[in-house]
Design a protein around this ligand. Structure first.
Ligand SMILES: C[S@@+](CC[C@H](N)C(=O)[O-])C[C@H]1O[C@@H](n2cnc3c(N)ncnc32)[C@H](O)[C@@H]1O
Length: 423
C-alpha cells in the first residue's frame, strides 16, 4: 500500500521510497547530485503562516507568496495606508513582480482567483468563517488563543472530508495522514521532566486531553454549521466550485464518523502528528530580494528609498519583537542572508519532504522559492542509492544538546557524527 502511494506521489522525480532499518520509511536518491543541485520540489499537504507573523506579512493562504504590490506590502508591515509609504522609485519597477490580491468573503487573502478556488476546493469550503459570529469563527479564535497547530489539524480533517466526498474511498482519503507516525497529542508533548510536584503523568496528560476534547467539540460545531451553510446557501461564494453544493455533506460526515475519521482519537493523532512531522516554512520577502539586488547601487534615489524603508521596517519589527518576546514574529535575526525585511514564516506538512529522516550531517536542505514551492536541495555530493536526510534540529550544538532536542521526535540518532562524538 505504501509503495503504491509513494510511487504515485513521486511520479518522475529522481527519488524512490524505501524502508531503512531502525528508521522506518525513507526517501532514496535515484541519481547523483552535486552540492546546490535541486532534487525535487513539492507543494505542502497543509500549511499555514504563523499567526504572529501575519501582522507583518500578508501572504496567499494557498501558495504563501507575499501578496499585493511592494507599496501594499510595505503598508502592511508599517500598518499605514499604501499612500503613506515612501513612493517606490520608477527605476525599481522593472525588478518587481507585483503579485495580485483577492479575498474570500471571510477575509482570507489569495494571490489570484486560481489560488482562491484551489484552497476553497481543498479545505476552505469547510473552514470558511464568512460570518464573524459563526461557530467556525469561534474555532479559529480558540486555536489562536490556545495552540495554532489546531488550525493545521482542522485543515487536515477538511482535506480528508473533501477527498472522501469526491471519491467515496475512505482509504484514499485518509492515506496522506496514515503515512505519518501518529501518537496522540498528549503522548508526544508530555514528559516527566515537566510534571509539577505531586502531579502524576496521568493528571498531566489529562490537561492536554481536556483541551483537545474541547477543541474538537468547537471544530465539530463549526463544521456542522458550515456544512448546513454549504447545502442551503446558493450561489456558492466560488462559482467554480458548484460541485460542493451538490454533495450530501451530512452523509459525508456520517460515513466518516463510521469510518473513524471524525472522532477525538483521530483528531488527537493528527495534532500529535504535527508535533513530530511538520517542518517550518520560510519564504523570503520580495523586498529582501530587491534590497539585495541594489545593495551596491550608485543610484542615489534608489539607495535613499531602500535605506528609508529599511529603517522604518526595522523600527516596526522591533516593536513587535519587544511586544511579544515569547513569540517569534520574524526569523530575521537568525537568517544571515536577510537584509532587514521579515520573511513569511509558517509551518507545513509535506508528504514527501516530511518522509525524509534526520541526520546531524544532513545531505539535503529544504529551500523555499519566492513562489512558495519547497525544494529539496543537495548539500553534499549524493550518489544513487544514498538515503536523503535533512536536519530536524539545530545541528550547531554538541551531541548531548542534539540528543535532547531529538527526544521530542522519540528516537536516538546514530548518524556517523553522533557515533563519533559519543566515543
Ligand atoms: C518525519 S518522520 C520521517 C518518516 C518516518 N521514518 C516514517 O516512517 O514515517 C520522523 C520520524 O522518523 C523516525 N526517524 C527520523 N530520523 C531518524 C533517525 N535518524 N533514526 C531513527 N529514526 C528516525 C522517527 O521515528 C521520527 O519520529
Amino acid at each position: 500500500m505504501a509503495e503504491e502511494y509513494f510511487a504515485k506521489l513521486i511520479g518522475s522525480k529522481p527519488i524512490r521510497y524505501g524502508l531503512v532499518d531502525g528508521k522506518g520509511k525513507a526517501l532514496i536518491s535515484c541519481k547523483t547530485f552535486g552540492p546546490g543541485e535541486p532534487i525535487f520540489s513539492e507543494k505542502p499537504y497543509v500549511a499555514m503562516q504563523h499567526i504572529a507573523n501575519q501582522a507583518l506579512i500578508q501572504s496567499c493562504e494557498n501558495c504563501h507568496v507575499t501578496v499585493g504590490s511592494i507599496e501594499e506590502q510595505l503598508a502592511h508591515i508599517l500598518h499605514v495606508e499604501p499612500a503613506a509609504v515612501p513612493k517606490m522609485p520608477e527605476a525599481l519597477q522593472k525588478d518587481v513582480h507585483n503579485e495580485g490580491k483577492c479575498a474570500c468573503a471571510c477575509g482570507a487573502v489569495y494571490c489570484s482567483p486560481v489560488c482562491r478556488s484551489d484552497a476553497w476546493e481543498r479545505y476552505h469550503c469547510l473552514l470558511c468563517t464568512a460570518h464573524p459570529d459563526t461557530p467556525m469563527h469561534d474555532f479559529f479564535q480558540h486555536a489562536t488563543d490556545t495552540n495554532e497547530i489546531f488550525i493545521l489539524a482542522a485543515q487536515v480533517i477538511a482535506r480528508v472530508l473533501v477527498q472522501y466526498a469526491k471519491t467515496s474511498n475512505v482509504e484514499l482519503a485518509r492515506q496522506p495522514v496514515d503515512m505519518f507516525c501518529k501518537l496522540p497529542w498528549w503522548e508526544v508533548v508530555t514528559s516527566t521532566a515537566d510534571l509539577e510536584e505531586g502531579q502524576t503523568m496521568e493528571e498531566y496528560c489529562d490537561i492536554f486531553r481536556h483541551l483537545l476534547e474541547q477543541t474538537f467539540a468547537i471544530l465539530m460545531d463549526g463544521l456542522q454549521f458550515n456544512i448546513a451553510h454549504l447545502e442551503i446557501h446558493e450561489p456558492h461564494p466560488d462559482e467554480d466550485s458548484d460541485f460542493m453544493t451538490t454533495l450530501s455533506w451530512t452523509n459525508v460526515i456520517a460515513d466518516c464518523t463510521r469510518h473513524g475519521i471524525i472522532n477525538v482519537d483521530f483528531f488527537a493523532r493528527i495534532v500529535g502528528m504535527f508535533e513530530m512531522n511538520n517542518i517550518s516554512m520560510e519564504v523570503r520577502h520580495p523586498l529582501s530580494h530587491l534590497a539585495e539586488l541594489h545593495e551596491d547601487t550608485d543610484n542615489a534615489v534608489i539607495a535613499k528609498w531602500l535605506s528609508d524603508v529599511q529603517t522604518q521596517v526595522h523600527a516596526q519589527v522591533k516593536i513587535y519583537q519587544d511586544d511579544d518576546d515569547e513569540e517569534e514574529v520574524t526569523n530575521e535575526d537568525e537568517d544571515e542572508n536577510s537584509i532587514g525585511f521579515p520573511d513569511m514564516d509558517g509551518t507545513a506538512l509535506f508528504s514527501l519532504i516530511c518522509t525524509m529522516n534526520h541526520s546531524c550531517e544532513p545531505n539535503v536542505a529544504v529551500c523555499y522559492e519566492s513562489s512558495g514551492l519547497a525544494t529539496a536541495v543537495a548539500l553534499t555530493p549524493i550518489k544513487v542509492g544514498d538515503e536523503l536526510n535533512i536536519a530536524y534540529i539545530e545541528t550547531e550544538q554538541d551531541v548531548e544538546a542534539r540528543a535532547h532536542d531529538l527526544s521530542e521526535y522519540k528516537f536516538e540518532c546514530h548518524c556517523p557524527r553522533c557515533i563519533a562524538e559519543r566515543e
